[in-house]
Design a protein around this ligand. Structure first.
Ligand code: ATP
Ligand code: MG
Length: 417
């Protein structure tokens, strides 16, 4: 029996990888412009970090983590998200001492044991963006603007920004109590998950997607009606700045997000092109997290983009070729000059390829097409006798003879011009 990839994981094949390079490069370029630098953390951490950082009652910690016993008895977990590890690293290396306004990003695989389906995998990738030390609502607006600018840089247009404020330590507890009270009557008619959450983590009820539950959940008390003055003012200013920047959004009182650490602003970008797994990125403010994990009392705000889902949203095309010059030595005598020219072209920075397997002219021309080669450089006995190469412009289907001593410069000029 042949061995296959583990359920919920996937290979990113060479035909697909160009799209990934594109979104990775777009992220690095854009984030640098906004003052972010990369921070790379390990893909596994002490289990305790996620239990404390994400919240024991969340779906991620309660049922989605890949946790295993280390050989010395410790408990380790493959990171299900990037924020907790980044905060750990920021504290461990005292990064906020030297830079109390710290902007960092990370990119790489995350692991969650969910039911695999389109846009939902057990190993998936995120671009994760975090800003520490900023309490101003301007940074909420800037972070949201950055998230949208990233989608824009990738050519993704069809999407919607969803926005909410979930309050903070001052106002949320009273709201959660109201929710709990209201749920006492309503919960028995809701799905089993909701019945459990009504008890353990009432906010999560707002996340429920079961169609029959929706009407009852929509009628529950809304956090927006229970924000304290500071949270209400902060949220109003975030919205004012988004409007100033011309960024449309939809308010949703049910956007509480999957992690316990969020305070005040939460946001998500969805696209109906994604079907059921509609959220391409999500984020929010997490002002208490750094302190909770043993660091200074520093604010935090950030978001994570699901790269698989982003790739699904990319416009078709690109389809850039993989080869500048495809060399076709037609006889034994042509082979050595072709090898030398291939090396010289590569040294000049061009993508040069030749097929040394001695296949037919026709099949080699087909190969050049498949590779999207821009030029074919052909050398047979006749060309050798005349001291030329035959250069074919593949897109135009035009051929010309080029003197042997000019061939390298000629191809360099053509390929760069
Ligand atoms: P969802 O509601 O789809 O489960 P989430 O709220 O769990 O998403 P976050 O933890 O906020 O997601 O992660 C941010 C982004 O990472 C999501 O918007 C999504 O694009 C992506 N993502 C999350 N889980 C997965 C997964 N299992 N497979 C692929 N992408 C994922
Ligand atoms: Mg999830």
């Amino acid at each position: 029996m042949t061995i296959q990839a583990v359920r919920g994981t996937r290979d990113i094949l060479p035909d697909e990888v160009q799209a990934w390079h594109g979104i990775e490069a777009a992220a690095r370029g854009l984030l640098a412009r906004y003052g972010y630098r990369e921070l790379r953390t390990p893909v596994f951490e002490e289990t305790e970090l996620f239990a404390r950082g994400i919240g024991a009652e969340t779906d991620i910690v309660s049922k989605e983590m890949y946790t295993f016993a280390d050989r010395d008895g410790g408990s380790l977990t493959l990171r299900p998200e990037a924020t907790a590890g980044i905060v750990r690293a920021v504290i461990e290396h005292n990064l906020l001492n030297t830079d109390p306004a710290l902007k960092v990003y990370a990119m790489g695989p995350m692991f969650r044991r969910e039911r695999p389906q389109k846009g939902r995998y057990r190993q998936f990738h995120q671009v994760d963006v975090e800003a520490f030390g900023f309490r101003s609502p301007s940074v909420d607006a800037e972070t949201i603007e950055l998230a949208l600018a990233y989608l824009d840089a990738c050519g993704v247009r069809q999407h919607e920004l969803v926005l909410n404020s979930v309050g903070d330590r001052h106002c949320r507890p009273a709201y959660v109590q109201k929710l709990r009270d209201a749920l006492r009557d309503v919960a028995p008619a809701l799905c089993a998950d909701c019945q459990r959450r009504a008890d353990t983590n009432p906010l999560r009820v707002l996340d429920c997607k079961v169609p029959e539950d929706q009407a009852a959940i929509d009628a529950l008390p809304r956090i927006g009606d229970h924000l304290c003055a500071e949270c209400a003012e902060h949220f109003a200013e975030v919205r004012r700045q988004l409007e100033l920047l011309g960024i449309p959004y939809r308010l949703s009182h049910r956007l509480v997000r999957g992690l316990d650490y969020y305070v005040r602003t939460t946001f998500e970008v969805t696209s109906d092109l994604l079907g059921a797994q509609s959220s391409v990125l999500g984020g929010g403010r997490y002002d208490g997290l750094v302190k909770d994990l043993g660091g200074p009392d520093a604010a935090g705000i950030g978001f994570a983009v699901g790269m698989e889902r982003l790739v699904l949203l990319l416009p078709p095309g690109g389809g850039e070729g993989r080869c500048d010059v495809f060399l076709l030595p037609l006889t034994k005598a042509a082979f050595d000059p072709a090898l030398r020219l291939q090396r010289a072209l590569r040294q000049a920075g061009l993508r040069a390829l030749l097929d040394p397997e001695g296949r037919s002219f026709k099949s080699r021309m087909k190969q050049a097409d498949r590779l999207g080669a821009r030029f074919a450089a052909i050398l047979g006995d006749d060309e050798i006798a005349r001291g030329v190469w035959k250069v074919r412009d593949m897109a135009r289907s035009e051929q010309e003879d080029v003197k042997e001593e000019r061939i390298l410069d000629h191809l360099k000029e053509k390929a760069n011009g």
